[in-house]
Design a protein around this ligand. Structure first.
Ligand SMILES: Cc1ncc(COP(=O)(O)O)c(C=O)c1O
Length: 403
């Protein structure tokens, strides 16, 4: 049997992730890995989970082990309505605006499914989250990258790009943006720019998809308000996840959007998985309701703060004397973006780093047009502080040898 003959055109057009190769090294304990984007498993609240899992069974057993509604269990949805209103400052959120998903990756996929027609323009940051491209790709959008600087998307550039696309008769569906502690670049969109993006979206009649997995993981300064909090027109589709702040193994996230968009996503989700796991939703609801979430946030912020400091110190210590090398200064999240001199190709450098048992993700993976050859994404949430120091020292040596 030749399986190839049975694969659809769409199925055959799906490409494996450009960074899949890396995971064979990042899972090997003899390597220092800056490659992943996972939380540190040492921070998982296992003891609390043991306690509330049995409480969830006692209290909600019959519903919790049953199929649930596609929109998500009522208790968690209602909690999130309150959460989005009180903690995020989002206006006019009702139950009809919220949907629980099988984490953000599913939210992105379903958003792609219900919004993108082939050839529609999706505006993205350059660089952007690779997984979003994987989620949108099956729907054949035309990606157009918007230039960014240390404060994220440059609104003037966005306006120029929109004008140009409209002059060419293109249909722009949405701008996809990770405004806080961005993956991969680590920067945070300034407050002014957040307001400006909403203004532009309204004027130009496009949507914004705001992806916000990291904003609670703030190590310096204040947590900025989400873009959605400036939206008085239901134009921003906000997505977040419990993966980075709680546990990714539950695979739970949520979407806040215009009720008609939520409705469409719900119908699409029925085809995808009927519903996200009810038991995990009840456990998460109890976890939030009891205030454990905020307690946990305070605790893990302290742990990640140490790793963040270890990364920033190591970069300063070992890289500041390398000409042409600079890096982002994230105030939270999991990632730092390292820029090398133009002539150094981080893909080629990778082989040398592997020999020294250090692994990272090449930056070009986060662009659609093959840019960013001289860039690297560094994760600091997983390695231990002492390994961060050791690994950055080794990486600096590899870079110096390539100058
Ligand atoms: C920006 C961004 N969006 C979405 C996701 C997907 O996360 P999950 O599906 O675990 O919620 C990630 C995970 O790394 C991410 O960095």
């Amino acid at each position: 049997m030749d399986a190839k003959n049975f694969i659809s055109v769409r199925g055959a057009s799906l490409n494996p992730s450009a960074i899949r190769e890396i995971f064979k090294y990042s899972g090997d304990p003899s390597f220092i890995s800056f490659a992943g984007g996972y939380p540190d498993p040492d921070v998982f609240p296992t003891a609390k989970l043991k306690e509330i899992m049995s409480e969830a069974l006692d209290k909600y057993g019959r519903q919790a082990l049953q199929y649930s509604s596609t929109e998500g269990v009522k208790e968690l949805r209602n909690y999130l309505v309150k959460f989005m209103t009180e903690h995020e400052g989002v206006r006019n959120v009702g139950e009809e605006n919220i949907l629980i998903t099988t984490a953000s990756q599913q939210s992105l996929f379903l958003i792609g499914l219900v919004l993108i027609d082939p050839g529609d323009v999706v505006l993205i940051e350059a660089p952007t989250y690779l997984g979003a491209l994987t989620a949108f790709n099956p729907f054949n959008p035309e990606y157009v990258s918007v230039p960014t600087d240390d404060e994220g998307i440059i609104p003037e550039k966005l306006e120029e790009i929109i004008a140009d696309l409209k002059a060419k008769g293109k249909r722009i569906k949405f701008l996809y943006v990770i405004p806080t502690f961005q993956n991969p670049a680590g920067y945070t969109l300034s407050l002014e720019r957040r307001k400006k993006l909403v203004e532009i979206a309204k004027r130009e009649d496009i949507l914004i998809v705001e992806d916000d997995p990291y904003s609670y993981l703030v190590y310096e300064g204040e947590r900025p308000p989400c873009i959605k909090s400036f939206d008085d027109d239901d134009r921003v589709i906000y997505i977040s996840t419990f993966s980075k702040t709680f546990v990714p193994g539950f695979r739970l996230g949520w979407v806040v959007a215009h009720k008609d968009i939520v409705r469409r996503i719900v119908i699409a989700k029925q085809g995808a998985d009927l519903c996200s796991g009810a038991f995990m939703q009840y456990v998460t609801y109890l976890y939030m309701e009891k205030g454990y979430f905020f307690e946990h946030m305070n605790k893990i912020r302290e742990i990640y703060k140490v790793k963040h400091a270890a990364m920033m110190n190591a970069l300063e210590k070992y890289m500041s004397d390398i000409p042409g090398v600079h890096w982002s200064k994230p105030k939270g999240g999991f990632f730092v973006w390292l820029v090398l001199p133009e002539h150094i190709d981080s893909d080629k450098l990778f082989e040398k780093a592997i020999e020294r048992k250090v692994v990272y993700v090449k930056g070009s993976a986060f662009f659609v047009g093959g840019q960013g050859k001289n860039t690297i994404r560094l994760n600091f949430s997983q390695p231990k502080p002492e390994d961060i120091d050791k690994g950055i020292k080794l990486l600096a040596e590899v870079i110096k040898e390539s100058l």
